[in-house]
Design a protein around this ligand. Sequence first.
Ligand code: ZN
Length: 301
Amino acid sequence: MPGKQPYTIRGDLPRFRPTSPGEDLWLALRDMYVSDSESAYPTLELVDLPRWLEPPGPFAERHIDVAVTTTAYRLLKTAKRVQKEAALDGEATRSSAGQSLVEDHVWRHMVEHMEFAALDPRPRRVLPYLVYRSLLAGNADIGTQARATTLHEAQDPIDSQVRCYCCGDTLWSPDFETPLREISLDHIWPRTLGGISTPDNLLPICAPCNGAKEDRASWSVFGVVFDHALSERGGHDEERLLGLALHRRAAGALATSEYLTLKEAFVKLGPRTDVELIDEAVDRHFFNFRAHDAEKFSFTE
Ligand SMILES: [Zn+2]
């Protein structure tokens, strides 16, 4: 492709404070995908998104995190496949032979399927290693100590209750019969995307929010999934999905503007607020909703 600009690494993009290897991977991919050139949506053509996953036209260039998140999933999937096919257990995966095997396959996948890897050799040094570290993080379960610390920190200092960080429902109170330790914890950055099982990446969550959230990391993926759900499935827990997406978008914006971890941002923001339509005359559509502080966190025009 003569005359086409290679994708440049932009280390100066605003970022949140990462705690998981998967977040390092995501931020590195995003830096790589941002092009200085004015050419049309380089991110979308790079990863060949399923049609329904593409944000609508005017939003496409701003919301590259759909492409970045999809790419991160694909790279992690490749690493998991290698681990499975080579029958690597935890210890073998952590060995240097296991590391080389995973990193080599990931790099080969990138060269075959991602145009930028063939154009620009710099990712060779960084991305396979970050994918490998993300694989290790995702392999680890939540330990007893991490669970206890997370729950202890999540208790309200006044009434000792534990609430869902997404919707605010009470999950535990001192007069409940169930033990505190049985409450579900959410990986704020999902394990499938290299989220680590330490208190920095864990918060209590209720079953309905956990079910609606699945393992989606990006608010824009939530958003397009929401739009898809509206058009294809119609109304399947759509308000909750929308609330989760807007909440995550707000937390991401807050974390980025103040250089916080995503957990710190969620805690500072509190559970999600009511969702409102921005323009009554326009259809229901992800980008036509807001929640939290409309000025600061909703990305409205
Ligand atoms: Zn909830």
